[in-house]
Design a protein around this ligand. Sequence first.
Ligand SMILES: NC(=O)c1ccc[n+]([C@@H]2O[C@H](COP(=O)([O-])OP(=O)(O)OC[C@H]3O[C@@H](n4cnc5c(N)ncnc54)[C@H](OP(=O)(O)O)[C@@H]3O)[C@@H](O)[C@H]2O)c1
Length: 320
Amino acid sequence: MRIMRAAYASAFDADNPLAALTVGERPEPVHPADDWVTVQVRSSSLNHHDLWSLRGVGLAGDRLPMILGCDAAGIDPDGNEVVVYPLIADPGDPRGISILSEHFPGTFAERVAVPRENLVPKPADLSFTDAACLPTAWLTAWRMLTTKGRLDSADAVLVQGAGGGVATAAVVLAVASGKRVYATSRDAAKRERIAALGATALEPGARLPERVDVVIETVGAATFDHSLKSAAPMARIVVSGATAGHEPKVNLRRVFAMQLEILGTSMGTPDELRDLMAFCAERKVRPVVDAVYPFSEVAQAFARLHSGEVFGKVVLDHTA
Ligand SMILES: NC(=O)c1ccc[n+]([C@@H]2O[C@H](COP(=O)([O-])OP(=O)(O)OC[C@H]3O[C@@H](n4cnc5c(N)ncnc54)[C@H](OP(=O)(O)O)[C@@H]3O)[C@@H](O)[C@H]2O)c1
């Protein structure tokens, strides 16, 4: 059996997810159907999703060991530079789809197998590092702002927990769309960096100078009340994550009196990924990269994400 190096979940550890990560050898990817292809991974990026998987959230025990990683850019069997769209039809899953590393092996390996239709051409002016940031966090932020948040009809946007991968993406994309952007972060240094991206940076819970039309929520319990209070009449509060708790208290009076929309969303469609890449190319927008680690230091990359100190995306260089 051929083998390749990979980073995978070998167990679950709810308290110390880093202890559940193994770096070692795994079998080459298999093709469950004829239309699958194998991509040589050049760059991948980490998401909070990978830490959830190591904690045992969203990944079933009978799927272990599971290669982690949702995001990749690489080379297809015909030599084309591609970005891997990470959602795969999965009739056994209640959502009808699963994300790479939930059912099918993920991208933190030398090679990853996906249906051919999941390959999106990588624009030549996007590096492998930049391209590997887009399919999960950036796609999620793009759909939150556009399809769900209806950004075209918005003047002002609030992004909560702005140091994160999704949140920095939302700040950059909303600023590039010409909106007034407010962003909260617990950390003074991150607030300075958010301001440098063109947003007005605030401490969590701070009163905004105006109410906003779109709120980008990935933090959850720690910020949700502030999101409700900061929303203008008819605003859209778009939720794609709950890093700090998924059961916030919700003031329903405010929801109906202000006619707020609370919208859940996950990832995005292949067309939205193409639109996002076109937007990045056209507006010269590039992902915010916190750090690039050689694949041999994947454990350090996970520790960096786990530290909560990241500002933007943590990327793995699979050629190093
Ligand atoms: N549904 C989807 O399709 C989808 C896709 C991508 C991500 N997600 C989810 O979205 C969330 C963020 O993902 P990510 O990859 O962007 O994660 P990340 O890069 O690890 O960012 C998490 C951010 O949340 C903020 N935060 C964490 N704990 C907080 C607390 N107690 N109070 C206030 N802020 C807190 C921090 O911001 P500051 O340090 O700046 O305060 C941190 O930078 C995760 O829960 C993830 O599972 C969902």
